[in-house]
Design a protein around this ligand. Sequence first.
Ligand SMILES: *Cc1c(COP(=O)(O)O)cnc(C)c1O
Length: 352
Amino acid sequence: MSRFLTEPLQTLRPYQPGEQPQNQEYLKLNTNESPYGPSPHVLEQLKRATNAGLARYPDPNATQLRAALARYYGLDGSSIFVGGGSDEILAYFFMAFFKRGDTVHFPAITYQFYQVYANLFGLQASTIPLTDQFTIDLAKVTTLPGHLILCNPNAPTGIALTPAQIEPIVAQNKNRLVLIDEAYVDFSDGKSCMPLLSKYDNLLIVRTYSKSRSLAGMRIGMAMADPQIIQDLDRIKNSFNPYHLSKLAITAGIAALEDEAYFTKTVQQTVDTRGKTAVMLSALGFTVLPSETNFLLVRHATRSGAFLYQALKKQGVLVRHFNQPGIECFLRITIGLPEQLEQLEKALRSIV
Ligand SMILES: *Cc1c(COP(=O)(O)O)cnc(C)c1O
C-alpha cells in the first residue's frame, strides 16, 4: 500500500475471485463458468468483427445490442441497460442510488460482491437472515428505507424464490428500489421476475452473459427496469466510462442471442448434469441443497469443507470453499461436462 491511498480505502477488503489458474492442470469447477465454449456462431461473428473497425471507438450506447436484447425479451429498448459484466452494472447501481452512510439490505449469505461495494461506497449493510433451510427469510425483510438486493436464485446456496414470493416485497414500499440479480435464472424453472417489470417502477433486474451464455471472458451484463432507472444508470455510466463495452463484446452479445438452439441445448445439458451430480454426491454421503443454478452447495456428513477443498485440489479438481460463517462446512461445485462427472466422482471416492 502506498502512502497516498486515502484513509477510507486503506481498510477496503476487495472481492476475492475464485482461482483462475492459467493452465489446464485442473478440472475447474470453482467459478461457475460454462464448461461449454461459446456458440460457434458467436466465434464466427467475432472473427469477422476483428477484421473491421477496431481503430474506432465502439458505439457508447451499444444501441444494436440493446435493441437485440429488447427484441429477445419483448421489452422496449428504453428499458434495457448493458454493462461490462453485471458486476459493473452493480457498481453503477450503487453509485446512482446511494450516498455515503445510506443503508443497503441483502441476504446474510449471498454474492459477496454486494458487501464489497457497500464498503467501497461507504454504506451500512443490513443483512436479511436465512432460515435453517438456507432460504431467504422474507418475513424479515423490513419496510425500513434502504434499497434491497436479492440474488435469485441465490448464490452460493443455489436456492430460488418464486416471483410470487418476491412481488409483495417490491409492492410493499414503492420508494425502495429492489434489485434482483438473476445471474443464474436461465438454469431455473421459470423463476425470473421479468414479468413484474411492467407493474413496478422500483424493480431492477440484472443478468449476465457469463454463466448461461458461456461468455465470462467477454464481460457482458444487462439490466432491465423502468426507462427512468435506465436513464439514471446511463447518466452514471457516461460520467465514468462511456465506451464501457468493446466492439467485440457488443458483437458477441448480439450473436449469442441469435443462436437460441445452442443456448437451449447447453443450458438443458447443464440442468441434466446437475441432477446426475446431485445423485452421485448424495450417494457419497453429501447433503445437497436444492439448486436452480449451474452449481451445487454441498456438505459432507463427516469431512469438512476446508479439508475436501484441499484434498480435491491435490487430485486436480478445483472447487470453491468459502470461509464465511454459516457455510464453512460446505463446498460449492460448478456443474461441468457430463464426461467430467466421472473424474469428480473418482476423486471424491478416493477421499471420503
Ligand atoms: C457471476 C455473478 C455475477 C457477475 O457476473 P459478471 O457478469 O461476470 O460480472 C454477478 N452476480 C452473481 C450472483 C454472480 O454469480
